[in-house]
Design a binder for this molecule. Structure first.
Ligand SMILES: N[C@@H](CCC(=O)N[C@@H](CS)C(=O)NCC(=O)O)C(=O)O
Length: 209
C-alpha cells in the first residue's frame, strides 16, 4: 500500500490541521510543499485533482480529498482503533462538525484579517480601522468560546477531539500577534492544555509566517 501523500506548505493553518491530525493518529505520510511561493497548487496537474487550487489536499492510495476539516474526519474514521478524536457517537460527532462549521463561518474570517494584517502586511500598509474591527469581532468569537469552555473541558465535549485542533490553531495566532487581548480565563486554561499535544508542538510552535 502506498504511503498517504499530503500537499501543502508547513505555515498554512489548513495544512497544520491535517498535520496535527496525522500526528495524533500516528499515520505515516509524505508531504509535498505546495502553496504561495512553492507554487504547485496552480499547475494543471494539481487543478485536475483539486479545482480550487488550494492546500491541503491528500492522495490516499488514489483517493483524492480536499477541504481540511473533511480530511481530518476522514483520517480519524480510518483509524478505528484510535477513535478518541472523533468518537463513534452520533451526537458528539455532530458537535465536532458544528464547531468545524463555526470555525469556517464565524471564527476564522476575523482571525484571517488580523493574521494577514499583522503577519503578512508591511506595517505602513496596514488598515488600522479594518484591524480594529476584526479585533472586536474576535472578542465576540472568544466570548462564545469562553462560554463553551466554562461548561466543558474541551471545545466539543469533555475530551480532546477534532474540534479542538482548528480552534487551537486560531488561538495560537490570536496569542501571538501584537494586539490588546482581554482576559478569557477558560480559553487560556484550555489553550495551555492543547498546547502540550505533540501535534501542536511539532507543527504549530514556529513563529507565524
Ligand atoms: N476551506 C479550505 C481552505 C483552504 C485554503 O484556503 N488554503 C489556503 C492556505 S491556508 C491556500 O491554499 N492558499 C493558497 C496558497 O497557499 O497558495 C480548507 O479548509 O482546506
Amino acid at each position: 500500500m502506498d504511503e498517504l501523500v499530503l500537499w501543502g506548505r508547513l505555515n498554512s493553518i489548513n495544512v497544520q490541521k491535517v498535520l496535527w491530525t496525522l500526528e495524533e493518529l500516528a499515520i505515516p505520510f509524505q508531504r509535498i510543499d505546495a502553496g504561495l511561493h512553492f507554487g504547485v497548487n496552480k499547475t494543471p496537474e494539481y487543478l485536475q485533482k483539486n479545482p480550487n487550487g488550494l492546500v491541503p489536499m491528500i492522495d490516499d492510495n488514489g483517493f483524492i480529498l480536499w477541504e481540511s476539516h473533511t480530511i481530518m474526519r476522514y483520517l480519524a474514521k480510518k483509524q478505528t482503533t484510535l477513535g478518541q478524536l472523533y468518537p463513534n457517537d452520533n451526537q458528539i460527532q455532530a458537535k465536532i462538525e458544528q464547531w468545524h462549521d463555526w470555525y469556517n463561518t464565524v471564527c476564522w474570517p476575523p482571525m484571517r484579517t488580523l493574521f494577514w494584517g499583522y503577519v503578512r502586511t508591511p506595517e505602513a500598509e496596514r488598515n488600522a480601522q479594518e484591524l480594529e474591527s476584526a479585533r472586536q469581532q474576535m472578542i465576540k468569537v472568544l466570548t462564545i468560546l469562553e462560554d463553551q469552555l466554562t461548561k466543558f473541558k474541551f471545545v466539543a465535549c469533555d475530551q480532546f477531539t477534532l474540534a479542538d485542533i482548528p480552534v487551537a490553531l486560531v488561538a495560537y495566532r490570536w496569542f501571538n500577534i501584537p494586539i490588546e487581548r482581554p482576559s478569557f480565563p477558560n480559553v487560556e486554561r484550555w489553550y495551555q492544555e492543547v498546547k502540550k499535544r505533540p501535534g501542536f508542538l511539532k507543527y504549530s510552535s514556529d513563529p507565524l509566517s
